[in-house]
Design a protein around this ligand. Sequence first.
Ligand SMILES: Cc1cc2nc3c(=O)[nH]c(=O)nc-3n(C[C@H](O)[C@H](O)[C@H](O)COP(=O)(O)O)c2cc1C
Length: 289
Amino acid sequence: MLYALARPLLFALDPETAHHVAMRLAGVAGLFAARPPACPVRVMGLDFPNPVGLAAGLDKQAEHVDALAALGFGFLELGGVTPRPQPGNPRPRLFRIPEARALINRFGLNSVGIDGFVQNLKKHKRQGIIGVNIGKNKDTPNDKAADDYLQCLEALYPHADYVSLNVSSPNTAGLRDLQDAEPLAALLSKIKNRRERLRDKHGRNVALALKIAPDLDDGAIRSIADIVRRERMDGIIATNTTVARADVGRYPNGLETGGLSGAPLRERSAHVIRMLSAAMSVSCPLTTS
Ligand SMILES: Cc1cc2nc3c(=O)[nH]c(=O)nc-3n(C[C@H](O)[C@H](O)[C@H](O)COP(=O)(O)O)c2cc1C
């Protein structure tokens, strides 16, 4: 109802400005939000009040946590955050494709950096399940990427319930190469070892999930599932945005560079989830929106 009223106004603004306005309105919307029905699910050792959560990218700097929590999400995935601050790509970097109920973004992990992010997060009440999506800085070469993920994990450990390892944003050159078997196994092994040390130090477990791209062939998906199991990650998040354009190329904005999300991604994501579910012999418990 509130969205139906606000939509024409928001669509009159450029998409990134509309996003910031909508985030400010989220606090008001929360006052009117009906409580979602309880539908508890236990996943990765965490008790989620319901299985519908907010995906990474909406609150990249942890500025709107209380307002978003009031909307009734079963979890919030904040970020993506990088160790050092970085501006991301120049504007415009977010494009609507209303004909296809889709967006293309090329934000490029614009981030206040992990210290600013943690400061922001600490200003909010601790309520509900908080995940944080972490990535590497643009200027960190892939052979040093592990240091970036470890730095973020260390800083977030006291503040997050789970950490999502973003190796799948299409807007950081070379990031997706970290999904290849050899670098992925090396990265996850280092992260797993650090998590063990942090678990002993802090006396609590923070779950680890790997977030993957939809643009992987079936062999690569099976290989990732094997590595995730071997390196004892707690979960896989499927999927990030796609670089495919088959369904939107004919629309205005449809060929913008970046990651495509929304309705045209659904079938591909569902395929990846089905593949993972078969490879890991589990059902799919959570969804993001
Ligand atoms: C504007 C925007 C920013 C995003 N930023 C991130 C990000 O920082 N890290 C990440 O892992 N995924 C990011 N994503 C991907 C989403 O978390 C989600 O995986 C993707 O949009 C597919 O889901 P959907 O089709 O339901 O939107 C972003 C998506 C959008 C639209």
